[in-house]
Design a protein around this ligand. Structure first.
Ligand code: BV8
Ligand code: ZN
Length: 249
């Protein structure tokens, strides 16, 4: 990680009133959660449309649930990493701090981040396709696949946003609002290829926010970042935090 870039990022963040953060799968990578598009990615060997789309679910709910139940079992054993922990500490450090995530793993909340805006839903939530009842269920593995709604007997689905589905209205509205007013916009651990979430980076740039990218590789929107720290989020965030707290690293 380039020292000068780190110091620039720290200076920008230190003087920020409003900080908005967008995270992707990369911030959970150091917890042992596979990303989607990197090597060994979740989508590897699978066509996304076959497991994360309403059409796939309608065609074969059992196959789609096997994919999600397998992920839930793996996620049940992982813990937040230092990237999640620093972001949770920062929520009371600025005049306004908003954490927006594309991740469905719930690790930000587990690290005690509050009011996380989950643009793509949450893998621990299950929703009835018939009556819409939504519940939190951390059982892994689930006793029966696909699960059935105890209220109406209807088919239940994972509470995530699939391709072709709209983002949750409230979370999206709050995420756009927090981005439009951000002094500093941190984009961490995302390839920035999935829209409309990636569009937040473009909104931040259009509003003149200072954009800091935290990613070992350049994302699709790296050209919009004023500073990029080419390091894992689990290293970059603690390094920024140490300098913010005046602890010489
Ligand atoms: C919508 C939930 C409209 C499910 C996910 C063309 C054709 C077809 C569709 C489209 C198209 N163009 C645009 C679209 C729309 C589509 C889209 O954007 N497709 C893309 C792929 C082209 N978007 C949608 O369909 C969205 N809905 O548009 O609806 C609409 C509007 C109104 C009414 C009705 C409909 C919905 C998108 C949501 C899809 N759901 N997930 C599940 O998880 O199972 S997306 C999935 O990708 C995850 O949520 C994930 O978070 C997200 C983004 O991926 P990343 O998080 O960035 O992860 P990735 O692996 O890609 O990258 C990891 C990064 O981390 C890398 O850069 C790597 O370098 C870095 N990294 C690795 N290690 C570390 C690290 N960084 C830091 N530290 C490390 N240690
Ligand atoms: Zn129901």
């Amino acid at each position: 990680m380039d020292r000068r870039d780190l110091e620039t990022a720290v200076a920008w963040i230190r003087s920020a009133g409003t900080v908005t953060v967008l995270t992707g799968a990369g911030v959970s990578a150091e917890s042992g959660v596979p990303t989607f598009r990197g090597s060994g990615g979740l989508w590897q060997g699978r066509r996304v449309e076959d497991v994360a789309s309403p059409e796939a679910f309608a065609a074969d709910p059992h196959a789609v649930w096997r994919f999600y139940d397998e992920r839930r079992c793996r996620l049940a054993t992982v813990q937040p990493n230092p990237a999640h922990e620093v972001l949770a500490r920062w929520q009371d450090r600025f005049r306004r701090f908003t954490l927006v995530t594309q991740n469905v793993d719930g690790l930000h909340a587990l690290a005690r981040s509050r009011d996380v805006l989950e643009l793509h839903g949450n893998i621990w939530r299950i929703r009835c396709v018939e009556c819409g009842r939504e519940r939190e269920d951390r059982t892994a593995p689930l006793p029966e696949l696909p699960p059935r709604c105890t209220a109406c007997g209807g088919l239940e689905r994972p509470g995530v946003v699939w391709f072709g589905e709209a983002l949750p209205e409230g979370a999206a509205r709050d995420a756009w609002r927090a981005t439009e007013t951000a002094d500093v916009f941190l984009v961490a651990g995302t390839s920035a290829v999935v829209y409309p979430a990636a569009g937040l980076v473009e909104v931040a740039a259009a509003r003149g926010a200072r954009i800091v990218e935290l990613n070992p590789e350049a994302s699709a929107l790296a050209h919009l970042a004023g500073v990029a720290l080419r390091a894992p989020a689990g290293e970059a965030l603690p390094a920024i935090d140490a300098l913010l707290s005046g602890v010489p690293s």
